[in-house]
Design a binder for this molecule. Structure first.
Ligand SMILES: [Zn+2]
Length: 305
């Protein structure tokens, strides 16, 4: 699986400014097996290692959720933007019982947690994950996701933009660093990797040699300035994941492109260390945000980071 650089070197801001959807389809998908389903809102791909990548290419976040089957149950890693019904989709893809594990609590990862009986989320020290579960996200908070220009596909049947919001949800398992999730002859290990958010986790499958990284990395503009974001923790999380290189080969980000070579994590760490040394040029945007652009990815820091 190789990524052609022609249409993956653009970061999301650039793509969005010129009509983000014009960069689609991204080259990373060309060599993955496409799976046809009854819900065209989602593009589904099966990757090596028996994983379904569930791609919301119709909305500018290009959110990726993943269905990971074991022998006894399947885990859905994140529940997406809440526009298409991801539970119906998951039930079409597997006959196993499906439980949810979230990479973190942000709105575009937990939107349909409320549709599932079994949800696991990391219990962060700031309590942000508990707040998201207790309150959900309001229509006002959700509106930017469907603002004009942010969606190009037709809405799926049953979606009502006028009432779009993320209902509160129950968490049946609060995760801690080092926990394991047993799917029946397939185990995911929880690795706490804060920086993008305080509850961000990576999930390691040693047998398939895969690592899900949530929003710690994707090919686009990566944020550390959101509430609870921490650039020093971001650096520490990258060091932690690079130390684990002997255990996995591919990474599975939560936006834009699945199935990337792990080596790019080293590039990001080098870039972040350069920023810390004050060696890297940047542009200043709205609210004093500093953007450091490295081509295939960019890092966005807040004014006090
Ligand atoms: Zn996020």
């Amino acid at each position: 699986m190789t990524e052609c650089s022609s249409d993956t070197t653009q970061n999301q801001d650039v793509v969005r400014a010129k009509g983000w959807e014009s960069a689609l389809p991204r080259a990373a998908y060309r060599n993955l097996e496409r799976v046809t389903t009854g819900i065209p809102w989602f593009e589904v791909y099966r990757t090596p290692g028996n994983v379904f990548a569930i791609y919301e290419d119709g909305q500018f976040e290009e959110t990726l959720s993943y269905l990971v089957p074991g022998e006894e149950r399947a885990v859905l890693i994140d529940t997406g933007d809440g526009i298409g019904n991801i539970r119906t989709l998951a039930e079409e893809l597997t006959s196993l019982p499906v439980s949810v594990v979230n990479t973190h609590h942000h709105i575009d990862h937990v939107a349909q947690n409320y549709l599932f009986d079994d949800v696991a989320l990391f219990d962060d020290p700031l309590g942000l994950a508990r707040k998201a579960a207790a309150e959900g996200f309001s229509h006002e908070e959700a509106l930017d996701l469907i603002a004009p220009g942010n969606v190009w596909k037709p809405y799926p049947e049953g979606f009502d933009p006028a009432t779009y919001h993320m209902p509160p949800f129950s968490v049946t398992r609060w995760l801690k660093d080092g926990d394991t999730i047993d799917l029946g002859n397939r185990v995911l290990e929880v690795i706490w990797t804060p920086g993008h958010s305080p509850d961000s986790v990576s999930l390691l499958d040693r047998t398939a040699r895969l690592l899900w990284v949530g929003d710690l990395f994707y090919t686009g503009s990566i944020y550390t300035f959101l509430p609870g974001g921490d650039f020093d923790q971001f650096l520490a999380s990258y060091r932690k994941l690079i130390d684990l290189f002997p255990l996995y080969d591919k990474i599975m980000p939560s936006h834009n492109e699945p199935w990337l070579d792990k080596e790019i994590l080293k590039d990001v760490l080098a870039a972040a260390e350069g920023i810390r040394k004050g060696q890297t040029p940047f542009t200043v945007g709205k609210g004093g945000m500093r953007k450091y652009d490295f081509g295939r990815f960019a890092l966005i820091l807040g004014p006090d980071q």
